[in-house]
Ligand binder design. Structure first.
Ligand SMILES: C[S@@+](CC[C@H](N)C(=O)[O-])C[C@H]1O[C@@H](n2cnc3c(N)ncnc32)[C@H](O)[C@@H]1O
Length: 247
């Protein structure tokens, strides 16, 4: 395996701050990026045997491609990049960021996930991951969260390359039914969710804003045992997407 060059190290470093690049933290992020057609500029590998083992077990469809792309990186170089966590898989990568737009997502015929002002990178990643698994049409976010930052890439296992994800600048002219997913709504077991919904989930602490609740045509709750006030945001996204109400 060819060793990484100083230019490759610079590319890894700059992927942490350059808006056109994505830092792929770990084998799973690299695997999903490769599988879903990302433009990958670098795969760095600290342990060739581990990469071969992981590729053979978890990505036999692209194992050859991954091992052919990989360049070796030593521990001293991994330590040189302060923000770079020493991922247990010993695999990192850099890909070009796809250019998704909110308009493109709003045109899909599948259900769309709208996360209102989400705060926690791991949560956002987990929402993207389950939305990709359920083959949703896309994930829209309001607020300042960056869906491409390393914590979100890691939480989503790089599935930002499998489903479009974009920031929504304005809540006007959405032209699809909005469904408020809200602990105060009607039971999901009996609620009717219309076709092509925007499924709106609130921020982790305060829940949905009054504005989105007013805009929603239907309000749906996941019934909970008395004394429990809510479930984790990404759990709520997963349950709603996989519920019979959409089927
Ligand atoms: C952690 S919860 C926010 C909790 C907030 N205190 C509230 O009452 O909505 C984040 C989001 O997950 C969804 N959620 C969590 N539990 C839910 C439930 N039991 N029924 C419906 N939505 C739920 C809602 O969209 C909520 O805004």
């Amino acid at each position: 395996m060819q060793p990484i060059s100083p230019a490759d190290l610079d590319l890894l470093r700059s992927s942490l701050t350059n808006n056109e690049l994505v830092f792929l933290d770990g084998f799973h992020a690299v695997k999903h990026a490769a599988r879903f057609g990302a433009d990958i500029g670098l795969v760095a590998c600290a342990n060739e045997a581990k990469l071969q083992e992981l590729s053979g077990a978890l990505a036999p469809d692209i194992a050859g491609e991954l091992t052919a792309m990989a360049k070796s990186i030593d521990k001293k170089d991994v330590r040189k990049i302060g923000e770079m966590r020493s991922h247990w898989t010993g695999v990192w990568g850099v890909a070009r960021r796809p250019e998704y737009t909110a308009d493109e997502i709003l045109k899909t015929s599948s259900p769309i996930i709208l996360l209102e002002n989400p705060q926690n990178g791991g949560n956002i990643g987990a929402c993207i991951r389950v939305a990709a698994a359920a083959n949703a049409g896309g994930v829209l976010l309001t607020g300042n969260a960056n869906p491409w930052e390393p914590a979100v890439i890691r939480g989503a296992a790089g599935l930002q390359f499998a489903i479009p994800v974009a920031t929504l600048e304005s809540l006007t002219n959405l032209s699809r039914p909005i469904i408020a997913i809200d602990p105060e709504g009607d039971d999901i077991a009996t609620a009717t969710i219309p076709a092509q919904p925007i499924l709106a989930f609130g921020t982790e602490r305060e829940g949905l804003s009054d504005q989105l609740k007013r805009m929603a045509s239907t309000h749906v709750k996941l019934p909970m045992r008395e004394g429990v006030s809510s479930v984790n945001l990404s759990v709520a996204v997963g349950i709603v997407l996989y519920s019979q109400a959409l089927g």
